[in-house]
Design a protein around this ligand. Structure first.
Ligand SMILES: Cc1ncc(COP(=O)(O)O)c(C=O)c1O
Length: 412
């Protein structure tokens, strides 16, 4: 009798019997391993971590104070299921205040999520039957694509790169793909490219969705984080958007609340209801005290203004430093990310065939961590969430970045 049968019954969506047998490391696991290797090598040279995709600071004390008070109240102990109405109401006001979108109904157009990652995981369950297609921009945040495949669907990648100004080329999608496509996933300000949306682009997306009967998921995780006069832009601010899609709003980045796990889905009533059905069968809602702390955050958008001020300052410094090193960088108008083409190689003739190779070289030779992207072109992502206490420390860190890269012999 085979007592060790677990391997034999693993679902095909996870690789079936081959699960765990590949030695290939997922990109972020590889970066982690290289950081550990570099830490051993460079005992006296601290890591410059430009790879992090999380805020460098905790949530505002006002938010924390609300949690401290609310978590002790008996009335907050229950399952919150699909959320408390007060959070939905605060979300309606927030969307109106930040993006100028009016007319949303708290009970119909908004449901919270335990972070936005699970929302992205649940949306394919609402639409994708085996053989259906999700259109997904690449490079990008992979969750909706992964769950589309878990549902037996297929993913059609829409490359975004310098040539198309980091917007998907919707008019180049073949007709036989369009006829099977049900979802379009877009994300602006974009992770990892830093590109921001325009009204014209969103209008094009609405037309495309209407014409092809495709539901749009706009991931606005970074939407409140915009700089240099660029205003936060909601997909829902474009006429007709609410007929075709939803938007995902996260408190993780805009309010330094990554670990708190709070976000919401907003938009088309039918899609919200579908998500509510799946969510109701998946989780029992975020802790009410956290939702109440979230209400405080949504009522205090000046918290985000302060965060934006810092990132805007850092983004300029970072782009300047990268340009001095030899990269071609311009400060992103939104998100955490400065996205630059990889160096070609080294003066000794070494060629970096991929951004992965360039990133590995930077960690192992200068203890600088970045995130490589080789999905559409070869780019490195530098994040402004690096750790530095004061503006002076930020300048020092940029000098150190330049010093460490000066003698590496990088060729661009
Ligand atoms: C584009 C994008 N969407 C969604 C998320 C998930 O954010 P959260 O689940 O913390 O709301 C992230 C996190 O890095 C992201 O970069």
């Amino acid at each position: 009798m085979n007592d060790n049968f677990i391997q034999d019954i693993i679902a095909e969506r996870l690789g079936g019997n081959n699960y765990g047998k590949s030695t290939a490391l997922y990109k972020f696991a590889r970066i982690k391993a290289l950081k550990a290797e570099a830490a051993k090598k460079f005992r006296d040279l601290p890591l410059i971590d430009m790879g992090v995709g999380e805020p460098d600071k905790p949530a505002d004390t006002g938010v924390a104070d609300v949690l401290r008070a609310e978590c002790q109240k008996s009335e907050n102990r229950f399952y919150s299921d699909n959320g408390i109405p007060e959070f939905q109401e605060a979300a309606v006001k927030y969307i109106e205040k930040i993006y100028g979108v009016r007319g949303l109904a708290a009970e119909k157009n908004i449901i919270h999520g335990i972070g936005t990652k699970p929302i992205l995981a649940m949306l394919p369950l609402c639409f994708i039957n085996p053989g259906d297609i999700a259109l997904v921009t690449v490079p990008g945040y992979p969750v909706i694509a992964t769950y589309t495949k878990y549902c037996g669907g297929e993913v059609f990648n829409l490359p975004i790169n310098k040539e198309n100004n980091f917007y998907p080329e919707l008019d180049r999608i073949p007709a036989q793909i369009l006829s099977r496509a049900k979802l379009l996933y877009i994300n602006y300000p974009n992770n990892p490219t830093g590109q921001v949306a325009t009204v014209e682009f969103f209008e094009k997306v609405v037309d495309f969705a209407k014409k092809n009967h495709i539901a749009v998921v706009h991931d606005a995780a970074y939407a409140p984080l915009t700089y240099y006069g660029t205003k936060p832009l909601s997909f829902l601010s474009v006429e007709g958007a609410i007929d075709v899609g939803v938007e995902i709003q996260s408190l993780s980045k805009a309010f330094n609340m990554t670990g708190w796990r709070l976000g919401f889905l907003v938009g088309n009533e039918k899609i919200i209801s579908l998500y509510g059905t799946v969510k109701d069968n998946t989780d029992s809602g975020q802790f009410r005290a956290i939702q109440k702390a979230g209400i405080y955050a949504l009522n205090h958008p000046e918290i985000t203004d302060k965060i934006c001020e810092k990132y805007a300052r850092r983004m300029k410094l970072l782009a300047e430093a990268l340009n001095e090193i030899g990269f071609k960088a311009s400060p992103a108008k939104g998100s955490f990310y400065c996205y630059v083409e990889k160096p070609k190689g080294l003066k000794d003739g070494t060629v970096f065939a991929t951004a992965q190779e360039a990133a590995e070289f930077l960690i192992l030779n200068a203890n600088i961590s970045t995130v490589p992207w080789d999905d559409s072109g070869n780019y490195l992502r530098f994040s402004v969430t690096f750790s530095a206490e004061t503006p002076e420390d930020e300048i020092k860190l940029m000098k150190e970045l330049k010093r460490r890269t000066e003698n590496l012999g990088l060729v661009f």
